[in-house]
Design a protein around this ligand. Structure first.
Ligand SMILES: Nc1ncnc2c1ncn2[C@@H]1O[C@H](COP(=O)(O)OP(=O)(O)OP(=O)(O)O)[C@@H](O)[C@H]1O
Length: 223
């Protein structure tokens, strides 16, 4: 469970402080799917980065299962990220020189385990996103939808409890968008994931159980 209390993130810039996230209070239950929408530049990605432990708040608390992410030492925060949290992004962020299999495997390497065990786990992850027959392909040899499937497999191969998605369908056509959201919904249901999805696309956010809107760094829950 996430518990956010008065969370703020102010960026210091040459032009002065930018309060990207401003006093957010929010509880997200385990297994919930919440969507966050809002106009560009209103703090959605900043909030997602805070939830994922990629950034620390300048004020307030972000608790994930009792751990205060803002205060955890770097090594422990890295461990939480490596085990408990999966990320997917608008631009897929696959490593261009690695095959689909190797991209997915890259999430398991820091966790140890035998190469043979890893191979089986990666094969199962690619199968779960419908890409068993594309394991040897480089990202450049895959469509956008297929690349996002690889990224989903990479995010979920370590069996995290949380999946954070930042505009995951922003680079896809409508049909592919619907396929990717249907896949995410299936995986969310099957795995009991906590899914936190940022999108400006109402067709995507309305699939969630709950929708919150970010405006000028402030979060409002929709009834
Ligand atoms: N590293 C940074 N340094 C300074 N300002 C930043 C930084 N990152 C974001 N900002 C500013 O913080 C505000 C929120 O940005 P953020 O990327 O979180 O918004 P967003 O809602 O996710 O937008 P988008 O949909 O375009 O990704 C913006 O005013 C942005 O210019």
């Amino acid at each position: 469970m996430y518990q956010l209390t008065a969370v703020s993130r102010v960026y210091k810039t040459a032009a002065g402080p930018v309060p990207a996230v401003d006093g957010v209070d929010l509880t997200i239950e385990d297994g919930e799917w919440i969507a966050i929408r809002g106009r560009t530049g209103h703090g959605k990605s900043t909030l997602l980065n805070l939830l994922g432990g990629l950034d620390r708040p300048t004020a307030g608390q972000i608790r994930l299962d009792g751990h205060d992410l803002g205060k955890l030492p770097d090594a422990q925060l890295s461990r939480v990220r490596a085990t408990a949290i999966g990320f997917i992004f608008q631009t897929f962020n696959l490593i261009p020189t690695l095959s689909a299999h190797e991209n997915v495997e890259s999430a398991l390497v820091p966790l140890g385990g035998s190469p043979a065990g890893r191979r089986r786990t990666v094969a199962a992850a690619l199968d779960s996103v419908g890409l068993a027959d594309r394991a040897g392909h480089l990202p450049s040899q895959l469509s956008g939808g297929q690349q996002q499937r690889v990224a989903i497999a990479r995010a979920l191969v370590k069996e995290p409890k949380v999946l954070l998605a930042d505009e995951p369908t922003g680079n896809l056509d409508e049909e592919t968008r619907d396929e990717i959201i249907a896949l995410m919904e299936k995986l969310w249901r099957e795995r009991g994931l906590t899914l936190i999805l940022v999108s400006h696309d109402g067709a995507v956010t309305r699939r969630a159980q709950r929708v919150a809107v970010m405006s000028r760094g402030r979060l409002t829950l929709k009834p």
